[in-house]
Design a protein around this ligand. Structure first.
Ligand SMILES: Cc1ncc(COP(=O)(O)O)c(C=O)c1O
Length: 445
């Protein structure tokens, strides 16, 4: 069916005006210009969204296979989360969290305390994921300083890891494309080999041994080790076994180094459990959450800290306190959205639902991956990925454009094609998405 011309005009209008006025993130803007160039990237003007679907101005639907950059959790505009935000808006919109408090922040912090088995009972709020990384890094170094170890200012991270794009977060991120222009601005961190399971079981062992050696030689200068537990997402959905996290925990304890789990992408149910680290049965000293914590509706980040970390900042001297702040820290609307999100995640059938969703995608994608000679079909909870040796440098862009033609929002990472689906995806929608992926690959490979 041809799109009504009114809608086509609407879509064209937003695309044109956006390219003139909006500087889009993570984008070489030149790629969007000029229209008609075979290498140019179209911009998708989105009129509305519901469940796992985005709708263009012409009414066309696109299955959001990447949960809008891994934010949307159950699906867009989940009614219970929307209702919680509306109710909050009728009483308190925003108030600063220094010297004031409010019920939504308190209830969210208490809820997270309970969900972490009482181990991470102190919630420091912020806005986007990278701000949580900044907070965790600053907190770790300041913690060591308060304990009398001012030389402990170094950070250890892993190859392929991604923790955000602000200057501190980029310093512990190993994605060369995002780093290279800013390299002179970054404070060097120690980047150890990735525990990448695709390289075989020895990779995790080697990464842990490298950490052991590094801490033996330089532990006195290390404030913290940071890792995305179970899946290094932006690096290419690189997975590692839970046992690796147990080894990290032991090594950090032995050397008096804090362990930071960045669950900004993998938290909130993506791995099949509310927190990825539950799979390993160990807790970090600092846990970073964001993205899905509000169901993907409002920006919110939180760093959860142990009693030990929190107490090291208590002192009569103000400068020994953690003086970091952001204006929208603990925004009540976002906190209410997060409380509603956690209530949904805590529903008793949730783990089975997440397992069913992930395995349905894995089953349907396996023959497609095999047909294209893909390697390393892998899954962690609801997240499924495979690698296409045939994919060249232009593949992610070509695949993203072709996917839109087939009603799918997709953004491959290099040679890695992945889905991170909204949880409220029905079996027929899994079938639709996988068929669209099959057609996309048929078009571009
Ligand atoms: C693991 C991880 N940490 C941090 C971030 C940064 O979050 P934000 O983009 O909200 O700043 C991301 C974003 O993709 C991420 O995947």
């Amino acid at each position: 069916m041809e799109a009504p011309s009114f809608f086509a005009k609407e879509a064209g209008q937003w695309e044109r005006r956006s390219l003139e006025a909006v500087w889009h993130p993570c984008t070489q803007m030149q790629r969007h210009l000029p229209a008609g160039n075979p290498d140019s990237l179209p911009l998708l003007p989105v009129a509305r969204a519901e469940g796992p679907w985005l709708y263009g101005f012409d009414g066309r639907a696109y299955y959001d296979a990447i949960s809008s950059w891994w934010t949307t959790l159950f699906g867009h505009r989940h009614p219970r989360i929307v209702a919680a935000i509306k109710e909050q808006l009728d009483t308190l919109d925003h108030v600063l969290l220094a010297g004031c408090t409010h019920a939504a922040a308190v209830e969210l912090a208490e809820r997270l305390h309970t969900l972490t088995g009482g181990r991470l009972g102190h919630a420091f709020f912020a806005s986007d994921g990278a701000s949580a990384t900044e907070i965790a890094l600053k907190m770790a170094a300041h913690y060591a300083r308060n304990l009398g170890f001012p030389r402990k200012t170094g950070f250890v991270c892993f190859a392929g890891g991604y923790h955000g794009e602000t200057i501190g977060a980029l310093g512990v991120t190993d994605v060369p494309l995002f780093r290279q222009a800013y390299e002179p601005l970054l404070r060097p961190a120690t980047i150890l080999p990735s525990p990448d399971a695709r390289l075989g079981p020895a990779a995790a062992e080697e990464a842990a041994n490298a950490l052991q050696r590094h801490l033996q030689d330089h532990g006195e200068e290390v404030a913290a080790v940071i890792i995305e537990p179970l899946v290094q997402c932006a690096g290419g959905m690189i997975m590692h076994p839970p046992d690796f996290l147990r080894r990290l925990r032991r090594l950090c304890d032995e050397h008096g180094v804090l362990l930071i789990f960045d669950e900004i992408a993998v938290g909130c149910g993506r791995t099949g459990r509310i927190f990825a680290h539950e799979h390993a049965g160990v807790h970090p000293d600092l846990l970073c959450l964001s993205k899905g914590i509000t169901g993907g509706i409002l920006p919110l980040a939180v760093v959860l800290a142990t009693d030990g970390v929190f107490e090291a900042f208590l002192d009569e001297h103000v400068e020994r306190g953690f003086l970091h702040s952001h204006s929208y820290t603990g925004n009540p609307l976002a906190c209410r959205a997060a409380c509603a999100t956690l209530a949904l995640l805590e529903e008793s059938s949730m783990e089975e639902r997440l397992e069913a969703l992930g395995s349905a995608f894995e089953r349907s994608l396996a023959p497609i991956a095999a047909h294209h000679g893909a390697s390393h079909l892998r899954r962690c909870g609801t997240l499924v990925a495979f690698d296409l040796a045939e994919a060249d440098e232009g593949f992610p862009r070509r695949a993203a454009v072709a996917a839109l033609e087939h009603g799918l929002l997709l953004r491959p990472l290099g040679q890695t094609l992945y889905v991170m689906p909204p949880f409220d995806t029905r079996p027929e929608e899994v079938a639709f998405a996988c068929e669209a992926i099959e057609r996309t690959l048929g078009d571009v490979l």
